[in-house]
Design a protein around this ligand. Structure first.
Ligand code: NAP
Ligand code: ZN
Ligand code: ZN
Length: 349
């Protein structure tokens, strides 16, 4: 089956419309008509081969919300018409320690990525959500709370769960003091979710003009990270910091902002390394630096259910697919309020 998709042919050409083929529907599969797909900074890193692992042609997109239009003979979790989501993973080995404990994002064989992965059935590339349809094993599909505005749900399938997972893993609770670095797609979800969990949120930003938005989204304190005096004023004040920045930067000022026993969780994946942090404060104040990869299917569903209860969605700017390069250019300048989402129905293919 052929469908329209936005395709990167190599690292330098702009994305443009081509036809791609989806795999035949397998017994456990659902076929989804894509309504909305968020634009993650990872899509830009991958379209332009900034991590050196891209294989072309490549169809980005792993923040997918759509409608089930067909189900395989043994697929039982969804029925035609259901509104569902697909995030960064479409399969995993299902046998390793991490898969068995429902942490497929750490599958020892490596999860199958929604795009630029290797499809288990065809042996060919997986295609992402900048497209009209996707076919996915039902175990990697989540239910979307139907009362939420669906375009704003799409970014939660990657940005939302990527910050939800460390907040939950490190048991952030009411009264904890949480820092968020960078008010982009991930960062704005981190502010919303951490404050909804009852944490007191400090946003670190390079864009002072985002301060009012940060407070509206739930931050109680905004710190301009390039202002040394403001950084010094929040020394040793935070329990946990989630760093959502897509570019290399100095980690030491964030370590300084942690209380003793505090933890800096890195979720941003810059295309070149951060400077090595100074380990002295880590030793003398028992600080930790961690990474965190997206979140499991279980955590994704938990996060969506939580957001359904609390009426939380992403703040988005809706675009047609033909505007993708403009969106990428603005993303590179940090000019995102706070996630671009492609409206697939409005896209001129
Ligand atoms: P984004 O929307 O572009 O946001 C990144 C934000 O970082 C910007 O809005 C900006 O916020 C700040 N920033 C950008 N350049 C900076 C610089 N040179 N110095 C300081 N701050 C800068 O990106 P995103 O989609 O949220 O993704 C963020 C990163 O997370 C990307 O590297 C992406 O690949 C990665 N990611 C990781 C996972 C995971 O599983 N760990 C999942 C998804 C994405 P301010 O204007 O507020 O400073
Ligand atoms: Zn992503
Ligand atoms: Zn596994």
């Amino acid at each position: 089956m052929k469908i329209n998709a936005l395709v990167a042919q190599d690292a330098t050409q702009p994305l443009s419309t081509y036809q791609i083929s989806l795999r035949p529907l397998q017994k456990q599969d659902v076929k989804i008509e894509i309504l909305y797909c968020g634009v993650c900074h990872s899509d830009l890193h991958m379209a332009r081969n900034e991590w050196g692992v891209s294989r072309y042609p490549l169809v980005p997109g792993h923040e997918i919300v759509g409608r089930v239009v067909e189900t395989g003979a043994q697929a039982s979790r969804f029925t035609v018409g259901d509104i569902v989501g697909v995030g960064v993973m479409v399969d995993s080995c299902r046998e390793c320690h991490f898969c068995r404990q429902q942490e497929e994002q750490y599958c020892e064989a490596g999860f199958t990525a929604t795009y630029n992965g290797i499809d288990k059935y065809t042996g060919e590339s997986t295609w992402g959500g900048y497209a009209q349809n996707v076919i996915v094993d039902e175990d990697f599909v989540v239910s979307v709370p139907q009362h939420l505005p669906l375009a704003g749900v799409a970014p939660m399938l990657c940005a939302g769960v990527t910050v939800w997972s460390p907040l939950r893993h490190y048991n952030v609770k009411a009264g904890d003091r949480v820092g968020v670095v960078g008010l982009g797609g991930l960062g704005h979800m981190a502010v919303k979710l951490a404050s909804a969990l009852g944490a007191e949120v400090t946003l670190f930003t390079t864009s002072p003009e985002k301060g009012a938005d940060a407070r509206r989204l739930g931050a109680t304190q905004v710190v301009v990270s390039r202002d040394g005096a403001q950084m010094a004023a929040c020394r040793a004040s935070l329990d946990l910091i989630i760093d959502c920045v897509a570019a290399p930067h100095d980690l030491d000022p964030y370590l300084a902002a942690l209380k003793t026993n505090g933890r800096l969780v890195l979720v941003g994946i810059p295309d070149s390394p951060h400077l090595s942090p100074d380990i002295t404060p880590m030793v003398f104040r028992r600080l930790s630096i961690s990474g965190s990869s997206i979140g499991s299917i279980k955590e994704t569903q938990e996060m969506l259910d939580f957001c359904g209860e609390k009426n939380i969605t992403a703040d988005i700017e809706l675009i047609g697919g033909e505007a993708i390069e403009t969106a990428y250019a603005r993303m590179l300048k940090g000019d995102v309020r706070y996630r671009f989402v492609i409206d697939m129905q409005a896209t001129r293919w």
